[in-house]
Design a protein around this ligand. Structure first.
Ligand code: NAD
Ligand code: DAU
Length: 349
């Protein structure tokens, strides 16, 4: 029996990780620790909330004393740390909350793990989930590898880079067994509609303008979220302690091309005229410090641990659009509340 603390398990990626571990490992106790910010939503886990190997704890990772208590109470053997402030645009408006949660929150968990495990590290692991944004931005060529120097540009990526450094410092200084993965852009079900794909699906289906930053020429590498959860499972069980693994889809798209795929897919599934929603495309001011291109070389993960993405982008987008159209109540529950103020502050109307 292992007691695994998953932080941020009520968020987008965290909920997929919790679901995978609860369903696939009945001999693990999965403790989902989440403070339920605007991005945390227990409705993401309705299908597994009554499973005997699942427990939810509402707590803030920045509350160090409480983290120590929880590590001891649940006799935690391993951590999969996903809790974070995750949206770049919000980090531009409010960098303090990103430094607090992403840096201080990670430090508080590392300290609590160190204290609880007290030098007895056999069978213990602190797994830190990070992002490719720590590597900065690429020109038209090249890929991020695990040895690419850190060069973050947004307050979000700077805070994630800092948290990665703390994790490595705990490995090197105290021998805490850690592993880090840096993943590219995820998409799929249960993603908060502030990020490009769910936001644009929602706006296309509601006939609202699609705010494209700059010329829409920035490039991202997209990975289906369930493939990311599988990669985390693989690295958790087979990854080398103290090591780093890049996770990506080998699937680069210019934003404007992703947007056109979304328009085609939503229009078709809603039985609209082909191309009807192209008029919704609205070019707006660019994001300050907007990274031009992210692209991940995940061959180390493939060669050493045998993980590969399972879905083609077209198939993943089809599933994703279907999911948002079929789960209107989930979307409405989010978009009818404080989200409206967020939208006004961010996009002006
Ligand atoms: P998300 O914003 O959907 O979820 C974050 C979760 O963390 C929420 O449930 C929130 O309530 C919780 N949380 C925030 N502050 C907390 C605190 N102080 N204490 C406890 N819980 C707190 O984020 P996501 O997109 O699912 O990302 C999860 C992780 O994966 C993050 O660390 C992010 O940096 C990383 N990541 C995300 C992507 C992506 O494309 N979304 C890609 C690579 C890496
Ligand atoms: O690369 C991994 C990262 O991917 C994660 O670490 C972050 O948590 C996650 O939010 C994501 O960051 P991005 O900034 O790339 O994702 P976002 O969905 O916000 O934007 C994707 C691209 O779309 C980016 O180039 C900005 C653009 N965009 C986004 C929004 C919200 C627009 O043009 N208009 C928009 O309204």
């Amino acid at each position: 029996m292992k007691n695994i603390l998953v932080t941020g398990g009520a968020g987008f990626i965290g909920s997929h990780v919790v679901r995978l571990f609860v369903n696939n490992y009945p001999n693990y106790n999965i403790i989902n620790l989440d403070v339920l910010t605007y991005a945390g939503n227990l409705a993401n886990l309705k299908d597994i909330e009554h499973k005997p190997n699942y427990t939810f704890v509402k707590a803030d990772i920045c509350d160090y004393q409480n983290m120590v208590k929880i590590f001891s109470e649940f006799s935690i053997d391993a951590v999969i740390h996903l809790a974070a402030e995750s949206h770049v645009d919000r980090s531009i408006k409010d960098p303090f909350s990103f430094a607090k949660t992403n840096i201080m929150g990670t430090l508080s968990l590392l300290e609590a793990a160190k204290q609880q495990w007290d030098g007895n590290f056999t069978g213990k692991l602190f797994y830190h989930v990070s992002t490719d944004e720590v590597y900065g931005t690429l020109g038209d060529d090249g890929l991020f590898t695990e040895t690419t120097p850190y060069d973050p540009h947004s307050p979000y990526s700077a805070s994630k880079a800092s948290s990665d450094h703390f994790v490595r410092a705990f490995q090197d200084t105290y021998g805490l067994p850690t592993v880090i993965s840096n993943c590219s852009n995820n998409y799929g079900s249960y993603q908060f509609p502030e990020k490009l794909i769910p936001l644009f699906i929602h706006n296309i289906s509601s006939n609202k303008p699609l705010p494209v930053y700059g010329k829409g020429e920035n490039i991202r590498d997209w990975l289906f979220v369930e493939d990311h959860a599988r990669a985390i499972d693989t690295i958790f069980h087979k990854g080398k302690r103290g090591d780093t693994y890049n996770i990506g889809g080998f699937n680069e798209w210019r934003n404007i091309d992703v947007i056109k795929v979304l328009i085609r897919t939503v229009d078709r599934l809603l039985g609209r005229k082909k191309g009807q929603s192209l008029d919704l495309i609205t070019y707006v001011n660019d994001r300050p410090g907007h990274d031009y291109r992210y692209a991940i070389d995940s061959s180390k993960l493939k060669d050493e641990l045998g993980w590969e993405p399972s879905l083609q982008f077209q198939e993943g987008i089809e599933k994703t659009v279907q999911w948002y159209l079929n789960n209107e109540a989930w979307v409405l529950n989010i978009t009818s509340g404080s989200y409206q103020q967020y939208y006004k502050d961010m996009y002006g109307k």
